[in-house]
Design a protein around this ligand. Sequence first.
Ligand SMILES: Nc1nc2c(ncn2[C@@H]2O[C@H](COP(=O)(O)OP(=O)(O)OP(=O)(O)O)[C@@H](O)[C@H]2O)c(=O)[nH]1
Ligand SMILES: [Mg+2]
Length: 338
Amino acid sequence: MEPTETRTTDGANAGVTTPASRERAQGAGAPARGFDDDASLHRTATTPAGRVVHVASFAAAERLIAGGADSRDVLIARGGDLDAAQRHLVASNPTGPLEPATPHAFEPRLLVCLPTYNELENLESMVRAILTWLDCDILVVDDDSPDGTGALADRLAEELPAVHVLHKKEKAGLGHAYLAAFAWGMERGYERLFQIDCDFSHAPWDLPRLAYAGVDNELVIGSRYVEGGGTEGWVMRRRMLSKGGNLYAKLFLGFDVQDYTAGFRCYDARLLSRIDLNGIAASGYSFQVEMTWRSKRAKASVKELPIRFVDREHGVSKMTGSIAREALAVIPSLRFGR
Ligand SMILES: Nc1nc2c(ncn2[C@@H]2O[C@H](COP(=O)(O)OP(=O)(O)OP(=O)(O)O)[C@@H](O)[C@H]2O)c(=O)[nH]1
Ligand SMILES: [Mg+2]
């Protein structure tokens, strides 16, 4: 069954296709597949802001993105209503950033879990961007960041009713932050729980895509390693580490998932309730691998959507050698140990 979005936005911009804009949309000499599929499902335009815009249903958007379009330029119209989208373009600030008129809304209660450690420069813009794109609540989980991120989170929570904060006493790793967030969210009846980094490596405008795919799949992974996905701005060493880590995980856990270590996800709370979260061993980035493995063991349907992972602009990475070493030991133990 094709999932339906219950209260969608008409927040997409549209315009007229010209040969020049079509050429830009497709990139010089590298046509993106899917652009000419079905003209009733998308249009392209060049706005004064200089971007090419595509308008589509979620299904059409996924075809464009898998074919090479940047999801940033794909704005999704209500029920494929391109005329409404076009009216929005006329009404909105044409030189501003391309944003939906209202955030995408879905029937289930959505909680975006946002772990932070020293993300002062990123937190406020991340929170506002998330709320621009998705009608959801946000839980910031801060491990007593020395730079004052926790105090900023409190100020945002005072201003924005959708924002909540969980303060932890000390830096305990990403896995622990997410487990605390899941417990908090499940106690309060949230039905979909998202993971996203607070450094813009994961694009807030991809959240509605994950939410939509979450209608039919208990685990949706924003994947760098399916067609249309990728990484930007990483040095060779970092690329090798990620690819090597994924190959290592696949060798032990199966080739049916392409991006085991991805941190951009949407979980159905019913899946989380079937997993023994207290038994999770990993805390670093093998937390993602362990959760994927346990989801597969719990017979979850897993869907990977292509994303472009962009290296952080502000702040510093918390990736360390010990996090990578943890993965070396944890991954085989998942397959053979427990
Ligand atoms: N609460 C909490 N958040 C953390 C911890 N470690 C990292 N984070 C957050 O988790 C997210 C991912 O961490 P990053 O430092 O970006 O690590 P990464 O994405 O694996 O590495 P890079 O690709 O180098 O950025 C960010 O939002 C961090 O602020 C932690 O120990 N506790
Ligand atoms: Mg990061």
